[in-house]
Ligand binder design. Structure first.
Ligand SMILES: Nc1nc2c(ncn2[C@@H]2O[C@H](COP(=O)(O)OP(=O)(O)OP(=O)(O)O)[C@@H](O)[C@H]2O)c(=O)[nH]1
Ligand SMILES: [Zn+2]
Length: 296
């Protein structure tokens, strides 16, 4: 309960530095500390957390009094309540690594995060084959170029109302895209204190950068890990490949692994081209990885 000289707010932590948390509530930003109880209970507030704070009327600083339950929390970058992952893949230079893309998609679906497939460097080559594979499944898929700025406006549109983390292999253009967005988006002045930094060796905290008044944020540190295959049930893996689900009921064997069996409807759909070959190869690889993680 707020005391006489306090008022209560509800907001989102968008930045944390040395024990201070910066909480955005509407158009206001409050510098807060975490209540001592959290430390005793072993709870650390995370960037992305929805919190209640008690704010001192005179200093406008406060104390985080409650952290609402999280829909998810990533390990790298350490951010909570992510709603979207922009999976960046370049048409060339480096050449597309679909195993990585598909692993990121599985991880996203597992963590209940929407994938947004960003086919970058379309100034160098068209990415029609990639577009076909991912749009066919029903994933939001965009052709973009950080160089020519193709569809950057469309990308920004897709970020509205979402908390988005960028991920993808080294060199695909994640930092370049983040910089493009920061230049193009109608950023609220005063809230952005840092530009995206290049270089893997600089240690810094992740920060949510507010994009609009719609609750849209981008996470300034690319990365994504929340999912470890060990402990995951291989029989459930097909559920992370949404386009496999409708076929999986029709396999001859109830315990079909959809990797090699006779009478497997998923494999038949790969044969007819209804399921992309590369997606099935990724499935088999992830399946083996789960099995390998069990034998030690
Ligand atoms: N031609 C072209 N080059 C691009 C594009 N986007 C990025 N690049 C170049 O690709 C290289 C890698 O871009 P980065 O933005 O550093 O890639 P990254 O994904 O952040 O890479 P890591 O930091 O290693 O993870 C740089 O030389 C960029 O200038 C693009 O759309 N077209
Ligand atoms: Zn099957």
């Amino acid at each position: 309960m707020p005391e006489k000289n306090q008022f209560e707010i509800q907001g989102k932590i968008f930045k944390g530095i040395g024990g201070f948390y910066y909480v955005k509530a509407g158009n206001f930003i409050y510098e807060c500390r975490a209540r001592g109880r959290f430390r005793k209970d072993g709870i650390t507030p995370l960037v992305g957390d929805e919190v209640n704070c008690l704010i001192d009327k005179t200093s406008n600083t406060g104390m985080i009094s409650n952290i609402m339950s999280r829909t998810n929390s990533l390990i790298r970058p350490p951010v909570a309540n992510v709603t979207q992952i922009a999976i960046v893949v370049s048409v060339t230079n480096p050449k597309p690594n679909l195993k990585t893309v598909d692993k990121l998609i599985s991880s996203a679906i597992y963590a209940n995060i929407k994938p947004l497939i960003c086919i970058n460097k379309t100034d160098l080559q068209n990415g029609e084959n990639l577009f076909e594979i991912y749009s066919k499944i029903g994933f939001k898929t965009l052709y973009i170029s950080a160089e020519s700025k193709e569809n950057i406006d469309m990308l920004i549109e897709k970020l509205s109302g979402e908390v988005t983390v960028f991920a993808g292999n080294s060199g695909v253009g994640k930092s370049s895209l983040l910089n493009c967005i920061l230049k193009d988006a109608n950023l609220e002045t005063g809230t952005v204190s840092s530009k995206i930094e290049r270089g893997r060796h600089t240690t810094r905290h992740s920060e949510l950068i507010p994009l609009d008044n719609n609750g849209g944020y981008i996470i300034d540190t690319p990365g994504f890990s929340s999912f470890s295959v060990s402990g995951f049930d291989e029989h459930e893996l097909y559920k992370l490949f949404p386009e496999f689900i409708e076929y999986s009921d029709n396999c001859r064997f109830a315990d079909c692994s959809h990797t090699v069996e006779q009478g497997c409807s998923v494999l038949e759909a790969v044969e007819t081209g209804e399921i992309s070959k590369s997606r099935h190869e990724s499935y088999v690889e992830q399946y083996k990885e789960i099995l390998d993680s069990k034998t030690f």
